[in-house]
Structures are given as structure tokens and as C-alpha cells.
Design a protein around this ligand. Structure first.
Ligand SMILES: [Zn+2]
Length: 250
């Protein structure tokens, strides 16, 4: 029974952070398990920052005024790795938005893990090669009207899952589904509104970049933002919904 418990912990930590399961495996050999786990994870984390670039994955910045991860948690959990090319794409797009709207902070969400092709970043099955990245929407301080832009703020605490729920549900009910509702998370939301000008500018900057092959946003969101083009697509009903963030791939 205990072994099953440890196996569950190892699998969960591996799914969430790639290297956390390994740290737990090391910690199992020691009595002060939690302390050893934290030390082992810190060592693996530091190692990943140095070794991953050798294998073609670099971390997105965890701080900064132009482009950064939505929270440090993405960095702590090693979910902020992308190819050097995708890092450039993200920096260029963030710079374009900030030129049009000075003071804009572009927030990145999940990228990929530091190592391996084909190791998916749950729950995004496609984020497995460093060539996919999610961006948070930009928000303003009034849910319905046109309040001021809020730099560095997202409606939900992790940037994901504040669904706009525009128009009618286009997909038939299915099980299992990645089109989650997650209404139970709503008490944690700030109830700030989407800032469409900056969000539209980001999508347009990404669409203009020849290195970007696809951008996923839900069709009613694309309509609201006034963006269109052959790169801007609906991801289909069998993938996660995209009325809470923007997904791009090279
Ligand atoms: Zn994505």
C-alpha cells in the first residue's frame, strides 16, 4: 500500500514538473524525506537550467518588464522551457505589443519541460517539443466597461481557466473531454475583464511572424479581437479550450 502511495507521488510529481518524481525517488532513501526532496529538487532544477540549453531548450524569463512567466511557479515547476527560436518569437511579439502600448507586460504560461521530445506537459498533450507556448490574455480593471490595463495581472491565479464563454458551445458533449468548465475555480478569480486591444495586438504580432505556423484561439474570441488569417485557427473539439489563453506553435 505504501509503495503504491509512493508510486502515485512519483507519477504526479513527474507529470507536473518532469524532475520532481526523480527527486522523490532520491528522498525515499532518507529519513528526513521532505528536506531531502526539496534539496534534491533544487539541485535538479539548477542542473536543468544549465544542461537543457545544451540540448536545445532555454527557459523563458521568470521576471522582467517586457516578457515573463505569469508567475514564478511556472519556473519553479520547470514548465517554462522552449526552443531558442520560440524564445525569440515570444520576445519579438512582446516587444511589438509594448511598442504599440508602452508599459505592456506580456505573460507566458506553459511552454515545455526542459528535456526530451514527446514528453507531454500535462494537461497540454501537444506541448512536448519546446515548439509550443501559451500566452495569457491581457486584462483591464473593469469587467464590462473599458477600465485601465492592469500590467502583470490575470483574472485567474494561474493565468488559465478564466473562460470567456462567448457565444454558444460549439462542441457536442463528449467524455472524456478537455473542454473543462471549472466553475468551482471562479471564487478565486479577480473578475477583471479582457483587454482586447493588447490581446488582439499580440495575436496579430504572432500571426505576422513567419516562424509561427499556428495560433489557436476559440473562434468567438478571434471575432471579438478582430483577428483572422489562415494561421489563426480553432483547435478542434478534442483539445483544451482556448477562450482563456492563446496557444502558438512554430
Ligand atoms: Zn498550448
Amino acid at each position: 500500500m505504501r509503495q503504491i502511495g509512493h508510486l502515485v507521488i512519483i507519477l504526479a510529481l513527474t507529470a507536473l514538473t518532469q524532475l520532481g518524481g526523480l527527486a522523490w525517488l532520491v528522498a525515499l532513501r532518507f529519513r528526513r524525506r521532505l528536506a531531502v526532496f526539496l534539496l534534491a529538487y533544487a539541485a535538479l532544477w539548477g542542473g536543468a537550467q544549465v544542461v537543457a540549453p545544451v540540448f536545445g531548450r532555454v527557459p523563458l524569463p521568470c521576471s522582467g518588464e517586457l516578457l515573463r512567466t505569469q508567475s514564478r511557479l511556472y519556473c519553479v515547476m520547470l514548465r517554462n522551457f522552449v526552443t531558442p527560436e520560440l524564445l525569440d518569437v515570444a520576445k519579438d511579439a512582446a516587444a511589438r505589443v509594448a511598442i504599440a502600448y508602452p508599459g505592456t507586460v506580456t505573460l507566458a504560461l506553459d511552454g515545455s519541460f526542459p528535456f526530451g521530445d514527446g514528453f507531454p506537459l500535462v494537461p497540454h498533450l501537444s506541448h512536448d517539443d519546446g515548439e509550443k507556448l501559451d500566452f495569457a490574455f491581457y486584462y483591464r480593471d473593469d469587467f464590462y466597461g473599458d477600465g485601465d490595463y492592469l500590467p502583470g495581472i490575470t483574472d485567474s491565479p494561474i493565468g488559465y481557466f478564466s473562460f470567456l464563454r462567448l457565444g454558444e458551445e460549439t462542441c457536442p458533449p463528449a467524455w472524456p473531454t478537455l473542454r473543462w468548465e471549472l466553475r468551482w475555480l471562479e471564487p478565486l478569480h479577480l473578475f477583471v475583464g479582457l483587454e482586447p486591444k493588447r490581446t488582439g495586438a499580440l495575436v496579430r504580432a504572432l500571426a505576422k511572424d513567419p516562424r509561427v505556423s499556428k495560433i489557436f484561439v476559440e473562434p468567438p474570441v478571434a471575432e471579438l479581437l478582430g483577428v483572422s488569417g489562415d494561421k489563426i485557427r480553432f483547435q478542434g473539439c478534442r483539445a483544451a479550450r482556448h477562450d482563456d489563453h492563446i496557444h502558438i506553435q512554430l
